[in-house]
Design a protein around this ligand. Structure first.
Ligand code: KG4
Ligand code: ZN
Length: 342
């Protein structure tokens, strides 16, 4: 059939985003996308403040939509449907997006598609690399950590995930413990480059347990103990020791993710590829570990470009297009679902 043109909206955490994606016989094409972050707004509070986030989304959404329409010289008449993250996430932000999308839908008569934010992440490797179902997905960000077998836009099998912190959260807390800047992932990775990962021994939580579940909070506790011992001995945290701690932490996270991915692969014999998404997928040591594993198992490894790995609206528009092509859409009774497992 003719190409589908979908407008996507995302506002479930601290990024406000809009995008227009076209899906035709040649595959998907991102015609325009904007992401407006709120890091500035929340920096003073040491984390995302839900009420501030919700208000900022409400203020920014219309502008984001106007921008992508203008960048593509399109009006709502040229759009086939409006896709919006309707959960899971912070309720105020999700509601802001759903209300904006309903307004656009009511005004234009275009159908509305509620998209699960996790489905957006999980389908991203098809948007970026066109991989075929089924595939194994490792979703690792500041808020998510799970293995999914992705079988279709509406069929996911959860193989395991963290039982406490997400890895990005652990990187952020580690940075805080060591006096490094937020977001912690890039700071810790940068320090680790010149560190010796063998100086300090950190645990590999849950590696002795079967299955794909993971735990990262014990790692942080062990790191805190090691830091306090160094401070006790040196009256401070010398840079060389800090680097060694970062390297030890990063290697421990990598070991856990790689070994659990090996087990997840064994549970998905039909997988065409292993894909990652989420901010933590930017980490080069973690990527290299996964690349080596996939090479050894003769499986393609897919890491979408970073701007599609982190929160964005192109993934929501694309997931909306896949759902719409299968005949799935919603009406103005669409509601926000702050908790919504895949
Ligand atoms: O996907 P994302 O942008 O937002 C959500 O959490 O939804 O991921 C952000 C997380 C933060 O915790 C950040 O510290 C982490 O991803 N991160 C990294 C790296 N870059 C970002 N973690 C490890 N290494 C990195 N290079
Ligand atoms: Zn996300």
């Amino acid at each position: 059939g003719p190409p589908l043109t979908i407008l996507g909206l995302e506002s479930s955490c601290d990024d406000t985003a809009a995008a227009i994606v076209q899906v035709g016989t040649e595959g998907p094409n991102i015609l325009a996308q904007v992401v407006e972050g709120q890091t500035q707004l929340h920096n003073d509070f040491g984390g995302v403040v839900p009420e501030i986030a919700a208000r900022a989304h409400t203020e920014k959404l219309d502008g984001c939509v106007a921008k992508v329409l203008e960048q593509t010289s399109k009006s709502l008449d040229d759009i086939d449907a409006i896709a919006v993250t309707s959960g899971p996430g912070l309720i105020g932000g999700v509601l802001a997006g759903v209300m904006c999308a309903k307004g656009l839908s009511a005004g234009s008569g275009k159908p509305l598609i509620g998209v699960n934010h996790l489905a957006g992440h999980a389908l991203t490797p098809r948007l970026s690399d066109g991989i075929a179902y089924p595939y194994l997905m490792l979703l690792v960000s500041g808020g998510h950590c799970q293995f999914l077998e992705v079988k279709s836009p509406t069929s996911y099998r959860r193989l395991g995930g963290t039982i406490d912190d997400a890895p990005g959260e652990a990187f952020d807390k580690t940075a805080r413990l060591l006096g490094l800047a937020q977001p912690g992932g890039p700071s810790v990775e940068n320090e680790a480059k010149n560190g010796n990962p063998k100086t300090y021994k950190l645990p590999r939580p849950l590696l002795d347990r079967n299955g794909c579940d993971m735990s990262f909070s014990g790692l942080k506790t062990a790191l805190l103990r090691a830091r306090d011992a160094i401070v006790e001995e040196h009256g401070g945290l010398p840079q060389a020791h800090r680097r060694d701690l970062c390297a030890a932490f990063q290697n421990a996270v990598t070991d856990v993710l790689v070994e659990k991915t090996r087990r997840a692969i064994a549970l998905c014999p039909d997988a065409t590829a292993v894909a990652v998404a989420g901010g933590v997928a930017a980490n080069m040591t973690i990527r290299q570990g996964l690349v080596a594993l996939c090479n050894a198992q003769d499986l393609p490894f897919v890491a979408p470009p970073l701007n599609l790995c982190t929160d964005n609206a192109a993934m929501i528009a694309y997931a909306g297009a896949e759902l719409f092509a299968l005949g799935h859409y919603d009406d103005l009774t669409l509601s926000a679902r702050p908790r919504w497992p895949l």
